[in-house]
Design a protein around this ligand. Structure first.
Ligand SMILES: O=C(O)CCC(=O)C(=O)O
Ligand SMILES: [Fe+2]
Length: 272
């Protein structure tokens, strides 16, 4: 199964902030010190994006890894030896290890991905042809980039989320480029600067300003937020994974499902 579709084309000058036509809009955000974000709200058309959403929702082998924990009070856990084997087994409950469904797709011969202590099975692109169509569109929009792996996330409502983290695993190299395509329910994507180890404020600050104002100024440039739209593409580049954290927080009002694809390049495989 493969979809024919037209990616919304890129404006001739991708450096232009909020380029001419609404369809072709690209926003670039320079985070400083060699980190950049690029955002195309209408990367794929509305209708194609719903086709992809329906396909992915029903065909991807989504899993939500669980951990088995003893479902009694902590005090009782301390005296586990007083329970029979059957009692212990009956008391085990499964808790979600990740608050969202995930799946991993990768080209053959790549080093295994291990993240947050979890080693996902690597599925093949050939099993899910529409993923190859989306990959092709991403490559077309980002000339010179080459992605060979994909982490998929499904958020089945406002409780599903991803906490603050950076995708800074060694196998992505020192300056990973991550291309993130979103379908379905809009969710907030937050970025915040990692604490500066030297703890020296980088901005000039005026000491006769009230402290509340100073901290407001400081936090303003150290945090950014995007509402990731259906069919959008967000790219994290340069040192974003080294210097910034990102998250998709819980949102009580986001009742519908969102599917997100994050394309990455793993070093050291057949494709190098
Ligand atoms: O869902 C998103 O937009 C972000 C997902 C993410 O950060 C990840 O998979 O590492
Ligand atoms: Fe991430």
């Amino acid at each position: 199964m493969s979809f024919r579709f037209k990616p919304v084309s890129q404006p001739s000058n991708p450096e232009v902030n909020e380029g001419g036509e609404k369809d072709k809009q690209i926003k670039t955000l320079d985070l400083g010190n060699g980190s950049q974000i690029l955002y195309m709200p209408r990367f794929l058309s509305f209708d194609d994006s719903w086709k992809f959403f329906d396909y992915l929702n029903s065909h991807i082998p989504w899993t939500r890894p669980t951990i088995r924990v003893f479902g009694r009070s902590c005090v009782q856990v301390l005296s586990l030896f007083s329970f029979s084997h059957a009692e212990i087994v009956n008391s085990l409950v499964s808790l979600p290890e990740k608050p969202r469904d995930t799946c991993y797709v990768a080209s053959p011969g790549l080093p295994e991905l291990i993240y947050s202590g979890y080693k996902p099975h690597a599925y093949s692109w050939d099993d899910y042809p529409p993923l190859k169509d989306i990959l092709e569109a991403v490559h077309e929009a980002l000339p010179g980039s080459k992605f060979n792996s994909l982490l998929l996330n499904r958020y089945k409502g406002g409780n599903d989320n991803v906490g603050w983290h950076a995708d800074d695993e060694k196998l992505y190299g020192p300056t990973p480029e991550i291309a993130s395509v979103s379908f379905g329910c809009e969710r907030d994507f937050l970025l915040k600067k990692r604490p500066n180890k030297s703890s020296q404020p980088q901005e000039r600050r005026s000491d006769d300003e009230p402290a509340s104002k100073r901290s407001k100024k400081c936090c303003h440039v150290d945090q950014h937020s995007f509402t990731l739209k259906h069919g959008s593409l967000l790219v994290m580049r340069g040192y974003t994974q080294r210097d910034w954290l990102h998250s998709v927080p819980k949102r009580a009002k986001a009742e519908a499902t969102r599917i997100n694809l994050t394309f990455r390049h793993v070093h050291g495989g057949v494709l190098g």
